[in-house]
Design a protein around this ligand. Structure first.
Ligand code: F0G
Length: 446
């Protein structure tokens, strides 16, 4: 347990430290470094194991009930689905918390989506219900809180769109200047609109996401802007709460599979850390299997999985799911660990499969952005391959809201003529006869 939590004597009065994955170098939790100053490796936050008011260790049942106590419906509760888990995210954050609030997203059971995948036990954890419409808000509330408490002068990130929308909103709330680096021409309209509206300085970089990430890291090093990408260890802490919250919603009964879309692999890494901690603390009795799903045109991690993770790959990424159009994922080693420790799987699905799954999710009245649908497409794939059985309990994460990409919706429903299930709007004269004719046609088609 010692690499997962600080022992009392190691903590030296601090509830958390940042520790390098590669060389073990340790930094104070209030250090602004985005990576290890000794070797350049990624930093991870290690907390003191949770204790009760008298200092006795809290685990298993007692810890579960402390989370329930902090549920938003309770008088001592917290309205955020991230900060309810403060003791495992940023203990002692106290008055510096910058929260909208976020989290508390639903677990949806939808017969039509389940039938599409062939898995009756499918549940959708819809992170599109977050304040800026994506799961990024969970990491951003913690990252921005850290920026505020260390007195950062400005915050920045590279993004395919959702991180930038989230950073823009949280920076505005914290009163910090925000700067985002996005690949020019490759960000969905809704995300770009949010970023501009919330007031972040928006740099349209002539290059792809991987180029943006390298540039913002250099800018952070040279110009002292606080980096808020998912390599920021506090972002990871926030994103862990997707797992804590879904387990709590399932009464801590572990599903067979948790399936999520993957790009830069920050979320896969965060899920691995959350599950490792949950198991060590006795919150859960066993690991679920983690499944990361990439788009076929941006699938270096899926390729490496097929080769037994013998080597790291980089690709020139291309996919209709712009959120996960990433060729050189940053959190690679951590994601490998997450997959290995959970007996997990990585697969890729084609753009056609992603769009087909998205149309099913949208038409069920749930809706999500394209990248999110990769998880559902992945479940369908694994049911067909006999890996997921129809009765298994499976939680698929949908990561972003349907309105993130209105341009794609217009294209699918109004412009393209090769999309089965396209829902064309009908132009009519303002007469009741015209309405009646459309209605009759519609009823006939049922
Ligand atoms: N789904 C959506 C909607 C995303 O926006 C992202 C990542 C992912 C899945 C993949 O998550 O990178 O942790 O593996 N979007 C980032 C961004 C890269 O800039 O918004 P990941």
């Amino acid at each position: 347990m010692s690499d997962l939590f600080l022992l009392a004597h190691e903590a030296m009065g601090h509830p958390s430290v940042a520790r390098c994955d590669d060389c073990g170098h340790q930094l104070d939790a209030h250090d602004a470094a985005a990576s290890c100053p000794a070797c350049g490796g990624l930093l991870a936050i290690v907390h003191r194991a949770p204790v009760d008011a008298l200092g006795a260790p809290l685990n298993g049942t007692a810890l579960r009930s402390s989370f329930a106590q902090h549920c938003c419906a309770r008088p001592v509760g917290h309205p955020s689905g991230v900060w309810r888990f403060e003791s495992l995210v940023m203990p002692g954050a106290g008055a510096s918390i910058v929260s909208h609030p976020e989290g508390n997203t639903p677990l949806l059971a939808r017969a039509r989506i389940a039938a599409y995948t062939g898995c009756d036990g499918l549940l959708i954890k819809h992170e599109g219900y977050n304040p800026t419409g994506s799961f990024k808000d969970r990491g951003m509330t913690v990252g921005t809180t850290q920026a505020a408490r260390i007195g950062a002068s400005a915050v920045a990130c590279a993004s395919t769109g959702n991180t930038s929308a989230s950073l823009a909103a949280y920076a505005a709330q914290a009163g910090l200047p925000g700067m985002v680096f996005v690949p020019e021409g490759k960000v969905a309209l809704g995300k770009m609109a949010q970023t501009l509206a919330y007031g972040a300085t928006t740099l349209l970089v002539r290059g792809d996401f991987d180029t943006c990430l390298a540039l913002v890291q250099e800018a952070s090093r040279q110009l002292g802007i606080y980096l808020l990408n998912s390599i920021n260890p506090w972002r990871v802490e926030g994103q862990k709460t997707i797992v804590f919250e879904l387990l709590q919603q399932l009464n801590w009964e572990v599903p067979e599979f948790i399936v999520l879309p993957a790009g830069n692999l920050g979320n896969t890494a965060a899920f691995g850390k959350a599950l490792r901690e949950a198991l060590a603390l006795g919150l859960i009795a066993r690991m679920p299997r983690l499944v990361s799903v990439q788009a076929a045109g941006a699938a270096p991690f899926a390729r490496a999985f097929r080769e037994g993770f013998a080597q790291r790959h980089r690709v020139q990424a291309e996919t209709i799911a712009t959120a996960i159009r990433i060729g050189d994922p940053a959190s690679w080693n951590r994601a490998v660990r997450a997959i290995q420790e959970t007996d997990g799987l990585v697969l890729s699905v084609t753009d056609e499969e992603i769009i087909e799954a998205k149309m099913v999710i949208d038409a069920a009245g749930v809706g999500c952005e394209a990248a999110s649908a990769a998880s559902v497409a992945g479940v369908r794939h694994l049911v067909r391959d006999g890996v997921i059985r129809p009765g298994d309990r499976v939680v698929a994460i949908t990561t972003g809201h349907v309105l993130k990409d209105p341009g794609m919706l217009v294209s699918l429903h109004q412009e393209r003529d090769d999309v089965p299930g396209a829902n064309r709007p009908v132009s009519i004269d303002p007469t009741i006869d015209a309405v009646a004719a459309v209605l009759a046609h519609r009823m006939e088609a049922r």
